[in-house]
Design a protein around this ligand. Structure first.
Ligand code: AMP
Ligand code: ZN
Length: 480
């Protein structure tokens, strides 16, 4: 058995590792808070999806039939997580002079393209918030009498009506939540809008009729409703970035308690990835050009180098972004691809792995993944598998393929040439470089070192570093 270790996951609710026990035997139902599609996602956001994808892959590896839902928030998310500010979608639409629907479509497509480039698997369902508004109104209606009150600005959830509000955040006392801005008439500072009325005399691009007047759903309501609609309650795991542990998820939990019963939280396990940090401040969407996947690609980095960079850290640790880290991840990925390409040239994937050394390695890999997704250790197991000597190549490939199913690089098909991404600023093409290198090789064969050096200098001027004797066989790389 290679999947014998019990799967343990860190539950933010209990702040402990817990053994995964599915609600429905043999199945794992997971909901991931997805993007608000008013802008591109930055690479920090993408870390949240790499994490959710790795969790899903690990659950599949452990033999569970995975039902994963990721939502697309195309309405209702305000510029502040609490109840202040504008709707992000409406604001972006008016700034761009486009309809909110067009903005949502454009950024959803861009997000899906990034998902694909990072080898993030397609979930069982993408749930689009605006498709569920009637169901949100039904949900809100069913809890309104016992748990909500109406103000001029909307329908508010009274957080004192559920037991232990905010236990996920562990900070929600009346005056503990300094970030929540006051709305006139709210009974408690932590109360939040589940329906926001369109102010008299105004029209929103996205608005619906409701028992509380024309308006739009609150962002927290969306996730409660879509997770309940698609996964049923209770379901297994709810994921998101660590910022959601403070407001968004406590509010979802409060709604779920109101809708179901006080003693369950909707999901049994709440998991949060820590942040990707950029000390250069290039991740803020308010500062114009910000770090998104395309920026990395334009600098010559394959998107999977970013995936590898994420997996080198534990998902619960902060991860500091730097170009050096990313370059190191790309080099590591290249080494993996070279190792696997050589193997692929010599063998086919074996149908069975029974070599004791490989069986032992797979067991260690399984242990690492089962210990709250320790991808850093799992990656070293993959390195070991690639480097292992004196074992059957087909079995080695099968071992690598099994690990790669969890880590998600596509190593059984990825080619060395795929990883060579031309930076946008490059002033030369790959074909020209190869031609110049061929001329240089000839010059060297003819011992015409002056010509050879001249070609090398020409290449350097174009930002091409020629790497003679490079052990990776990567004989050149672009430096700009
Ligand atoms: P948003 O589009 O703002 O709703 O964010 C999408 C996802 O990215 C959420 O799960 C956030 O918690 C997560 N997130 C936001 N910033 C970061 C970051 N710097 N690092 C990792 N995850 C983040
Ligand atoms: Zn959510």
């Amino acid at each position: 058995m290679t999947d014998a270790a019990p799967l343990k996951l860190f539950n933010s609710l209990t702040r402990q590792l817990e053994e995964f026990q599915p609600v429905h035997p043999g199945e794992a139902r997971v909901y991931t808070c997805g993007p608000t599609v008013y802008n591109f996602q930055h690479i920090g956001n993408m870390r949240a999806y790499v994490f959710a994808d790795t969790l899903g892959r690990a659950l599949s590896f452990k033999g569970y039939a995975l039902k994963h839902v990721i939502n697309i928030t195309d309405v209702g998310h305000l510029t502040s997580d609490a109840d202040a500010g504008d709707d992000k979608m409406e604001k972006a639409a008016s700034a761009a002079g486009k309809s909110a629907w067009d903005i949502a479509k454009f950024y959803t497509d861009a997000y899906w393209a990034d998902i694909e480039r990072l080898n993030i698997r397609q979930p069982f369902q993408w749930s689009i918030a605006t498709d569920y508004v009637p169901r949100m109104i039904e949900f809100a209606t069913s809890i309104a009498d016992a748990h909500c009150y109406e103000l001029d600005s909307g329908l508010y959830f009274d957080t004192s009506t559920v037991a232990d509000y905010g236990r996920l955040a562990r900070a929600a006392t009346e005056d503990g939540e300094g970030r929540i801005e006051q709305v006139d008439g709210k009974r408690h500072q932590a109360d939040f809008a589940i329906w926001r009325k369109t102010p008299d005399g105004e029209t929103r691009q996205m608005e619906w009729d409701s028992p509380w007047g024309k308006g739009a759903p609150g962002w927290h309501l969306e996730c409660s409703v879509m997770s309940e609609a698609l996964l049923g309650m209770p379901f297994d795991i709810h994921t998101g970035g660590i910022d959601h542990r403070e407001i968004h998820h406590p509010n979802e939990i409060a709604q779920n308690q109101a809708y179901c019963s006080s003693d369950h939280s909707g999901a049994r396990i709440w998991m949060h990835n820590n942040f990707l940090i950029d000390r250069g401040g290039k991740m803020s969407k308010s500062t114009g050009e910000f770090l998104r996947l395309q920026v990395l690609v334009e600098r010559g980095f394959h998107p999977l180098a970013y995936r590898l960079m994420c997996l080198q850290a534990h998902y619960r640790s902060e991860l500091e972004f730097s170009w050096d880290n990313l370059a190191a991840a790309l080099t590591r990925l290249k080494r993996m691809v070279m190792g696997v390409t050589t193997l692929r040239a010599n063998a086919d994937v074996a149908s069975n792995v029974d070599h004791p050394k490989l069986v032992e390695l797979l067991a260690r890999f399984d242990e690492a993944i089962s210990e709250d997704l320790n991808t850093a250790v799992a990656l070293t197991c993959l390195d070991e598998a690639i480097a292992m000597k004196k074992v059957d190549a087909g079995q080695k490939l099968a071992t690598i393929a099994r690990m790669d199913d969890v880590l998600g690089f596509g190593l059984t098909t990825l080619e060395r040439a795929d990883l060579r991404v031309q930076p946008k600023s490059a002033v030369t093409s790959e074909a020209d470089i190869e031609a110049a290198l061929a001329r240089r090789k000839e010059a060297r064969v003819n011992k015409d070192f002056a010509a050879s050096d001249a070609i090398r200098d020409e290449l350097i001027a174009k930002g091409v570093e020629v790497m003679d004797g490079d052990p990776l066989g990567w004989d050149w790389r672009l430096t700009i």
